[in-house]
Structures are given as structure tokens and as C-alpha cells.
Write a protein that binds this ligand. Structure first.
Ligand code: NCD
Ligand code: ZN
Length: 347
């Protein structure tokens, strides 16, 4: 039985760092284990232009803990006013790694997202031409579509048409939660990738709703039924090359989560690597964790994998602290509610 596991240092291909006091508090939780992360642009106001991204990047670098070796991979928040030339120049200069598409109203701070995809087609075309990846929050927002169906409907109504209209556009379907999305990405010709979060590999919708509502398991896209979770675990642990880790670690204060209208988001950065080792161990796939967490993402984004390593050990159940103190109030950590027998020993 494997007791220790050494991997190339992982990257997080979907992360929310926020700003100000929250950024200061949560950034070390990522830099402890991860070398790079795709930084989500859904601040208030969002990171829309290359100037916004440069300023946000500088704030992140200023908040790094001493000695941290971490590269934030910046993204721009696509709006109907996004300027193709700004996107292409920002990517060519290395300032941004991708552009993020939020359908308007899909999730936290997405009010300025795109309503009419036809209006941003020239930007998609320019991105395809210049090789700029598009990160997609894949849920429709139509009020008549049930929240549990929003991802599957998005594939048919929005994502597949964008990809057909824009040959060569490299798209990451982020935080997939359904067997439908797993099947769709399995047909990838290499231009489509997908990220999966730690929590969607560990919880289903019963965890949110049975025995009392658990706001700390609520995120978007919302966790689906068990058969979907199983499909996600099968895909993540399969070694399939176009699927990789995006934690979607999304801190909100305890007060904002435990509310009559609680925010969507799960804060998983501190425990993600231990939890993933548990999931891959249970699937007899520890030898594939490195592909998922450290190799497939860099290949898709056309970056080299990290040379440094991280080591995990199997042992006594991980003691997960209830919350992280931030200048804005405590943030509750993701706890899968069952033993995690792995922990990071060297990073
Ligand atoms: C994210 C957030 O809080 O910013 N929330 C979430 O539930 N995942 C937004 C997002 O990625 O959808
Ligand atoms: Zn997110």
C-alpha cells in the first residue's frame, strides 16, 4: 500500500483570490501547495481590461507571503464591450493567460457578463486566431431552466454552437458537475478541456440538502446527484489528458454563507491536495493524481510543468480547522464530512 506520494508541484486552473484583506488571508493557503493558478476576474467591479489585470496582478504579488514561489495567471472578464485588440495584446505580452466568459447572472458577481453571444463573436474569432484560451462558466441563466439542468442545457444551446462557429478556439469548460459534461469533454479533439473541483469529486446534492441545509456545500454549479459525482471521479482518475484540477476555491465570510440568501462558493484551497489524494486513493488511481493536478493543465495551457515537487503521506485522519480568520471575518473551510487519511508533508 502506498504510504507516500511525491508529485510535481500542482497548479490550480480556477481560483478566486478576491482582493484587500480577503486576498491577504487566502493567498498563502494557495501558495503553500500550488505553483500557479488561473485567477478569476469576478471582483466588484470585475477585471475587464488589461490595465485592470495588471493592477490586480500587482496587488496579488504585493500580498505574497515572503519567499513564496507563485505565479498568478491573470484572466479578463469578458463583457459585450470587450476589445479584441486589448485581449490579444495582453495575451501576447504574457499578462493574461485566458479570458473568462460568464453568462450574465450565472453566478457570484456575474451581472456584467455576456447576454448575447453574437456580440462577442469577433472576440472569439480573434482569440482563436491568436491562441487565447476561453474559460467558460457553463450554465444557462434562463429562469425556465431548472438549476440542476443548467449545465447540460448550456452545452447544447451555447457551448457547442460557439465551438462550431469558432474553429480552433481553445475552450476550458470549468468546474464541470454532470455526466453530460464528462461525455462532451471525452469527445474533445484537443481544443476542449475541462476542470473539476475537489468538492464536486466528494459531495453530491444530498450532502447539501439532507438532514438540514449545509450552506458551506453550496456553490455554483450546484452539486448534482450521485451518478454525476461518480462520472466526475471516473473522468478525473482516468488519466484522460484534457481534464485537470480547478479548485474553484471561492472564499466568502461565514456570515455571508450562513444567511437567508447565502453566497455560492466553497473554500477548499487549504485541504484540496489532501482531499484529492483521498479520492484518487479510493479509486485505486494514486498514480494518476499527478496527471490531473500537475501535468494535464500545463499541457492544455501550453506551459511547462513545474520542476518542484510536493509530497503527501497517508496517516491519521486530517484535522481540518473549522475556519480561517480573515480581516473580513472567518471563512469556513471545505470539510467533506468523512475521514481524509492523507496530508501534505513537504511542499
Ligand atoms: C464563485 C464565487 O464565489 O466567486 N462561486 C461559486 O459558487 N463557484 C463564482 C463561480 O465560479 O461560479
Ligand atoms: Zn469559480
Amino acid at each position: 500500500m502506498t504510504q507516500t506520494l511525491t508529485l510535481r508541484r500542482p497548479d490550480d486552473w480556477h481560483l478566486h483570490l478576491r482582493d484587500g484583506a480577503m486576498l491577504q488571508a487566502v493567498l498563502p493557503e494557495t501558495t503553500r501547495h500550488f505553483a500557479r493558478a488561473i485567477i478569476m476576474p469576478n471582483l466588484v467591479p470585475p477585471v475587464v481590461t488589461s490595465a485592470d489585470a495588471a493592477a490586480y496582478r500587482a496587488r496579488i504579488l504585493a500580498a505574497l507571503p515572503p519567499g513564496a514561489d507563485f505565479t498568478p495567471l491573470m484572466t479578463l472578464y469578458m463583457t459585450e464591450q470587450t476589445d479584441s485588440a486589448d485581449v490579444v495584446a495582453a495575451h501576447a505580452s504574457g499578462l493574461i493567460a485566458a479570458v473568462k466568459l460568464y453568462p450574465a447572472g450565472a453566478t457570484t458577481n456575474s451581472a456584467s457578463g455576456v447576454r448575447d453571444m453574437a456580440r462577442v463573436q469577433p472576440v472569439f474569432d480573434a482569440m482563436a486566431e491568436a491562441g487565447v484560451p476561453l474559460c467558460v462558466h457553463g450554465e444557462v441563466t434562463d429562469p425556465d431552466i431548472d438549476i440542476f439542468d443548467r449545465e447540460a442545457v448550456f452545452i447544447d444551446r451555447v457551448l457547442d454552437p460557439i465551438r462550431r462557429r469558432t474553429p480552433g478556439l481553445r475552450v476550458v469548460m470549468e468546474h464541470i458537475t454532470t455526466a453530460d459534461a464528462c461525455a462532451y469533454v471525452r469527445e474533445s479533439d484537443g481544443t476542449l478541456g475541462a476542470t473539476i473541483t475537489t468538492h464536486h469529486l466528494m459531495i453530491n446534492r444530498n450532502h447539501i440538502l439532507v438532514g438540514g441545509i449545509k450552506p458551506h456545500y453550496y456553490c455554483l454549479p450546484v452539486a448534482k446527484r450521485e451518478s454525476h459525482r461518480t462520472a466526475l471521479v471516473e473522468l478525473a482518475t482516468s488519466g484522460f489528458p484534457y481534464v485537470f484540477l480547478g479548485t474553484d476555491s471561492a472564499p466568502h465570510t461565514q456570515a455571508n454563507k450562513e444567511s437567508a440568501c447565502g453566497c455560492a462558493g466553497v473554500f477548499s484551497a487549504p485541504v484540496t491536495m489532501a482531499c484529492l489524494a483521498q479520492v484518487f486513493d479510493e479509486a485505486n488511481a494514486l498514480d494518476r493524481l499527478e496527471a490531473f493536478a500537475s501535468l494535464n493543465g500545463p499541457t492544455f495551457y501550453r506551459m511547462p510543468p513545474n520542476d518542484a515537487t510536493i509530497t503527501l503521506e497517508r496517516g491519521a485522519p486530517l484535522d481540518i480547522p473549522a475556519s480561517l480568520e480573515t480581516g473580513e471575518g472567518p471563512v469556513v473551510l471545505f470539510d467533506p464530512g468523512r475521514p481524509v487519511n492523507w496530508h501534505v508533508t513537504k511542499a
